[in-house]
Design a protein around this ligand. Sequence first.
Ligand code: IMP
Ligand code: MG
Length: 337
Amino acid sequence: MSCTIIVGGFFGDEGKGKVVAHIAYQDKPVIISRGGVGPNAGHTVQVGTREYGVRMVPSGFVYEDAKLCIGSGVLVDPRILKQEVEMLGVKGRIFVDKRCGIITQEHIDRDKGDEHLSKTIGSTGSGCGPANSDRVMRLSPQAKDVPELAEYMLDVPKAINDELKQGNRVLLEGTQGFGISLYYGTYPFVTSKDTSASQIAADNGVGPTNIDDVIVVFKAYPTRVGEGPFSTEMATEKSDSMGIQEFGTVTHRKRRVGGWDGEMAQYSAMINGCTQAAITGIDRIDKSCFGVTEYGKLTKKAKDFLKIAEDDIGSPITLISTGPEITQIIDLRDVKE
Ligand code: IMP
Ligand code: MG
């Protein structure tokens, strides 16, 4: 049995999509299932020169032999799902848990029209906050009530647990990041749900005793979109001059950029129960590391940074991303067959 969870260690957009896609090709999971909030998440996956931005379909879709699932805890916007399924050609291998909460146009209007959510918090306007609120109020429709979703219906936790019982591999994808967890993040500047590994397990109906590995993804230079405290934030002039400019996958807003936050990394690793860490954007620590695929070829500057980060995290850094394309990664994991 082998169940791995992948979550974001900072404020989201750490590059989880790329890490998930790499692990999927390497480990060949039979199921890749998404936890997390909903279509407020945007994951970017670059294969060769093609770049995909996904909000509902798991980022592991690039690995064609896996069944793709959306766990019970996740909010589904049926229109976004339909668009992505068509665009990516994943019909026939994507499934939605029958209990998922549904986002309607009314939720989106409420999210965008609400001063507190849209201005103060800086929400993505995707309707997630109001939809989770209705779900808690027991007012929300579920996926099984939506005729257009009938062809995708599955008992996702049952499918996952059956595979685990047979000794097969399953990958659970988290979304967002630790710093915007409703429970552990910079409340009230957070998303509408917890984002930690325990939540991702719960979203997919996998009990804590069935999780083998938690990979927390950290970004060498963390970013944050939307409002809220960011202790290591840099002036835009500084990050621009370093060549770091990023824009949100969902909202296209410019991301705020900061330096490595060791204290946050340590706390995040603790709450997530981190067993291994992934670091993305090592090519920003030293440009000459761009695209490197062997640890030995990293520069001293990059290795020194990794040593500090590993001490903060308190678990081994086993995945080092050196560029956006999925093959630009150093994989030091010990993968059991
Ligand atoms: P909401 O989740 O759309 O309600 O937005 C609440 C806060 O979380 C805002 O600051 C968003 O920018 C942020 N947020 C939500 N989802 C993501 C994500 O996937 N990546 C980064 N920030 C996010
Ligand atoms: Mg993102």
